[in-house]
Design a protein around this ligand. Sequence first.
Ligand SMILES: Nc1ncnc2c1ncn2[C@@H]1O[C@H](COP(=O)(O)OP(=O)(O)OP(=O)(O)O)[C@@H](O)[C@H]1O
Length: 222
Amino acid sequence: MAEAIIATDLVKVYGRGAAQVRALDGVTVAFGRARLTAITGASGSGKSTLMQCLAGLDTPTSGRVVLGDTDMTALSDRRLTRLRLDRVGFVFQSFNLLPQLTARENILLPAGLAGRSVDKARLRDLADLLGIADRLRHLPSELSGGQQQRVAIARAMLGRPEVIFADEPTGNLDSASSEQVLELLRTAVREFGQTTVMVTHDPHAASYADRIINMTDGQVAA
Ligand SMILES: Nc1ncnc2c1ncn2[C@@H]1O[C@H](COP(=O)(O)OP(=O)(O)OP(=O)(O)O)[C@@H](O)[C@H]1O
């Protein structure tokens, strides 16, 4: 199957009564395997809500999300947590590294939580590819923002998850570090066939994608 994720008729409503917001207003969209897809749109258009629903971090009010052959919207919270650990990788704007752990320990954390054995050779190769091989023993506070984000990308890639979700991955980076991070996400797609979905409001970041999905008022614009 050429699609890694298929979302059908996704609706997400926050709040009630007069304060009600339809953050997603009937979104149907598919994400191709081994492709880098960017989700763009104005502030408040529903980008983050869509990503949260696709990644199983939030539950849509109605509609369906299918990852591979699994209907995520039919899963219990416990199974959804397990699915995220086993099959999804995350990269966030704020890096989300644990400050008391070294770069290496941060990279290994999801594998530890999932009870997966670690491919040490892959860890070395990834660290080389991402240019952090000599930083692995350092704490996040001893790394630049760009290095921290590359550690977060290594963490997301190590277990070869079916999909990597990146939420504004360059939002806290200077332009040189942003270029590096975007090149590395492209490399992940090209070299490892890693399906990647990136939320960004930056047109330049979106230009690295194979495909751009534009959100307007909770809908995918034509
Ligand atoms: N937890 C929440 N409770 C209530 N309303 C919310 C919540 N999360 C998002 N919203 C609303 O849903 C709409 C879509 O928000 P969302 O964060 O998905 O937009 P976005 O496109 O990612 O915006 P930005 O680029 O500013 O991050 C907005 O109107 C927002 O205020």
